[in-house]
Design a protein around this ligand. Structure first.
Ligand code: ADP
Ligand code: UDP
Length: 234
């Protein structure tokens, strides 16, 4: 597969088209942003680590029967993916209270949620990715009810699979964000799964091994991402 033109440069990745209309190349950058890009920085070798971690996660989920855009890892920072029409909804799954759930609902960080919480956010940086529900999604024509049902089913399955996957690595899956896209008439998982998009706490110590280290200047950011990759690779 040959890399052609840059299609899009986002906050964390660059998309290139290829000599095939069905495939893109996803390049992982070291750039990091938080609080809707109000905080900016770089995390050394983040792109390499997130490409490795996302590759492992997509391979795992595919093997468990979840359809994803992942085709193959090409090199340190690039993976080939199926081109999709992204559903402009960020799907957040939560098992433990953290981040915006605590701010919005006045719950304390670390509260174990008795059932997984599923949230939808409208993928609109100019509006700060506002929280929306299924009727907003239908009313704004972002997705059909069938697509919402499919996305919900996958998100719940992925949560159960990833929770166990990380628990085996002595990491607690606190919350994470997913993006889905349309490909040949069906919904598949797209984008990335990495410590940029998941909160992971070490079992026992509660040590944060994710982007919260960058968001809140906790230090040892590179080491945290490296540790996640290391645990996955053995
Ligand atoms: P952002 O756009 O939020 O700054 P990124 O830097 O991660 O985020 O950019 C990657 C972009 O690529 C995202 O907008 C994401 O929705 C989109 N994307 C992810 N996977 C695919 C895919 N398979 N096909 C088309 N677009 C994709
Ligand atoms: N998340 C993400 N991208 C976003 C917003 C959230 O990857 O644009 C992830 C975030 O890393 C966390 C989960 O989704 O794992 C829930 O994020 P939350 O709403 O608590 O975000 P915060 O407001 O704390 O950034």
């Amino acid at each position: 597969m040959e890399k052609k033109n840059k299609l899009y440069e986002g906050k964390a990745k660059i998309l290139y088209d290829t000599d095939s209309p069905d495939y893109l190349i996803q390049y992982f950058k070291d750039d990091a942003t938080a609080f809707n890009a109000a905080k900016k920085g770089t995390i050394k070798e983040k792109g390499v680590m997130n490409n490795g971690i996302s590759t492992r996660m997509f391979e795992f989920l595919e093997a468990e029967g979840i359809p994803t855009h992942f085709v193959k890892k090409l090199n340190d920072r690039e993976m080939a993916v199926k081109k999709v029409d992204i559903v402009p909804v960020e799907v957040v799954m939560r098992n433990i209270a953290a981040g915006s759930l605590c701010r919005n609902l006045g719950v304390e960080e670390g509260m174990k949620l008795p059932c997984p919480v599923l949230e939808f956010c409208y993928k609109r940086d100019d509006l700060n990715d506002p929280l929306i529900n299924a009727s907003h999604i239908r009313a704004l024509n972002l997705a059909t009810q069938d697509e919402i049902d499919e996305i919900t089913k996958y998100a719940l399955q992925i949560n159960e699979l990833m929770k166990q996957f990380f628990l085996n690595l002595k990491l607690e899956l606190v919350d994470f964000k997913l993006e889905f896209g349309r490909c040949n008439g069906s919904i598949i998982l797209a984008d990335e799964i990495s410590p940029d998009t998941c909160r992971l706490w070490e079992v026992g110590t509660g040590n944060k091994l994710d982007k919260d280290r960058f968001r809140h200047d906790l230090g040892n950011i590179e080491e945290a991402y490296q540790e996640v990759l290391k645990r996955m690779s053995v």
